[in-house]
Design a protein around this ligand. Structure first.
Ligand code: GDP
Ligand code: ZN
Length: 365
């Protein structure tokens, strides 16, 4: 067991998990981390050479989409008769959620217990301020710390191009660290290593083709995934793997979560992060004459004054208002879902009670 704990330490097992474990009723089984998700279940690593494909037992406990384990989660698994079952999911330190693609577009977990998230953008042509605002809002809301990574520095012909991009990032947020790298020329690795460390889990998000797989391979120091080749013209990458995976980096550098095949990142309920990305606007809004100012021509509006003075751009204000509206709508939907789940549980309990009474044959009035 000790050997397993040291092994799990490299995956980020901490004293907080031990503490939570001591609060749980004694259960047969062992702790592990979800390193991958397959259609048939969760890949859970529990020790050296011990990766089990675990299933969720039935029951309503896991019915809400954000309650179910996801890649990055710590779980307690029990193995018997060739089956591995998830018995408990540990509290999360962070949970990165995006809007699911297709269907009703409900929330979908990208990764749990990420400490940092590299928001990857390529210096050649991908850079987009509006997308960055949305991604930063999502990452901050998740509880993880974002780091903006600008890739493919070797492709910059103009030496000032990288500096301009860094300035643009700082225009979005002064708080977020920005690192310029080139995996092809092995530039900036030591800058990224500042954000890595033993037991630290780092996720990567960014459009397809920006160089995420290349970055993972470079940091891992070996070929883990086959890098995609961006097709000329439509910039869509071709991916060989589709699942998210946790990889432990050599020499105690921590854990990477690769997100291959993620083409888009729709923001889900990023209210907290929105406040942080748009701190400047929140401060201005606090100075408006009316508490409920909608910054729409009201007298004494500090936001309007900043727009007039050229200190704030229309686009930034528009992004802020749009993200706030989205977050409010999604929060309402989450509340509705929670209420629906609660009512459904109550209904089932009533039904079970009724069945028990009937089968006992002693109906009570
Ligand atoms: P992903 O879709 O974000 O995982 O992107 P990939 O890692 O598959 O990279 C997309 C394309 O960008 C590939 O053709 C890579 O060879 C190329 N690429 C990645 N990093 C660099 C870099 O540092 N410099 C240059 N010039 N090309 C890069
Ligand atoms: Zn106002």
């Amino acid at each position: 067991m000790h050997e397993d704990k040291a092994f799990l330490g490299a995956y980020g097992w901490t004293a907080a998990h031990e503490e939570e474990l001591s609060q749980l009723p004694q259960l047969p089984g062992q702790p592990g981390r979800v390193i991958g998700e397959e259609r048939g279940g969760y890949e859970v690593v529990c020790g050296p050479g011990q990766v089990w494909l675990a299933q969720l037992p039935g029951g309503e406990r896991w019915s809400a989409p954000l309650e179910k384990p996801a890649v990055g989660d710590w779980v307690w698994v029990e193995r018997f008769e060739g089956l591995t079952l998830v018995r408990h999911r540990f509290e999360r330190t962070s949970c990165l959620v995006r809007k699911g693609v297709g269907g009703r577009g409900g929330p979908q977990i990208v990764g749990a217990n990420l400490d940092k998230v590299f928001v990857v953008s390529s210096l050649n042509r991908d850079f987009n301020v509006r997308r960055l605002e949305r991604l930063l809002a999502a990452v901050w809301s998740s509880g993880a710390e974002p780091v903006v990574v600008l890739t493919k520095a070797d492709l910059c012909e103009d030496p000032h191009e990288a500096a301009r991009a860094v300035n643009a990032v700082q225009g979005v947020s002064r708080e977020v660290p920005v690192e310029v790298v080139s995996a092809h020329h092995s530039l900036g690795r030591e800058r990224l290593q500042v954000h890595l460390g033993a037991g630290v889990t780092v996720g990567l998000v960014g459009s397809s083709g920006v160089g995420k797989s290349t970055l993972v391979n470079w940091l891992m120091g070996q070929e883990i995934m086959e890098t995609s080749h961006v097709r000329q013209g439509d910039s869509k990458g071709r991916h060989t793997t589709t699942g998210r995976h946790l990889l432990v980096m050599p020499r105690g550098r921590g854990v990477l979560m690769d997100t291959p095949g993620m083409r888009e990142f729709g923001v889900w309920n990023a209210a907290e992060g929105v406040e942080r990305v748009f701190g400047d606007i929140e401060v201005l809004a606090g100075q408006c004459r009316f508490r409920d100012c909608e910054h729409n021509g009201e007298p004494g509006c500090a936001v309007q004054a900043a727009l007039d003075a050229g200190e704030l751009s229309d686009q930034r204000l528009y992004s802020y208002q749009k993200l706030r509206r989205e977050a409010a709508y999604q929060a309402r939907r989450e509340d509705d879902n929670q209420l629906a789940t609660h009512l459904e549980r109550k209904r089932r309990r009533r039904f079970a009670k009724m069945v028990r009474r009937k089968t006992k044959g002693s109906p009570k009035c």
